[in-house]
Design a protein around this ligand. Sequence first.
Ligand code: DGL
Length: 266
Amino acid sequence: MEITASAPILIFDSGVGGLTVYDALREILPHAPVIYAADLAGLPYGSKTEPQIAARVAGLLGRMAERFRPRLVCIACNTASTIALGMVREVLEVPVVGTVPAIKPAAALTRSGTIGLIGTEATIRQAYVDRLEAEFANGTKLLRIAAPEFVGLAEAKLRGAPVDPAPLRAIADRLRAMPGGEAIDTLVLACTHFPLLADELGAVFGPDVALVDGAQGIARRIAHLVEGQDMAAALPNRFVITGPVESAAGLENALAARGFAHAEQF
Ligand code: DGL
């Protein structure tokens, strides 16, 4: 397939969480043409079933790939990636980069040997996570907990709302109360929304707990895959959402700061 200079990198998430991957990518490839797609009509994915998520993500990405002709697709969502990455790769003709919990770097970092992992309800029950644990966290203790309310907090924060620390404290307390939980020194943010709350999570967990997410690693992977390709960004980049444009109300500043013009409906 011939890649035109304006062919975008399509970054997809259920909401604004994938902007953490977008931000990391812009650090390395500031001039890459990007279309960011948020499935706000489907948010949150974390409370959906595996068949619902797989059908929705594969269907939407198929239609988006047809419309936008991307050079590469990034599923910037742990929930969608741990469930539907294989299926999406089968239906799309372009490279598909997924976002999976950063267990490998966390295992390399921990000194106490105890790692916490926060993600959506759907992500933490995936066999994909079991496999990552068996492969990379062998010999360390991995304690998983679902923190679905953090998704809404991150969405609201990007729309300018203050973050209530109470739900963050509650999750920290529950994690530490798990057997061996007091030894957690490394926390995997296994949902792309969560690094948007890094300051608040850092304040709650304290300076002795390292927060680890995959955004930089994913960005490097994308940059590697498009290396040497002709690129001409048709700036500003595009921010596309499913559902009514009103659901992006309040995001104007966050979008402008990232070089997007305005939210468009898919
Ligand atoms: N940002 C998504 C993830 O990485 C999930 C948010 C949702 O529940 O839709 O897991």
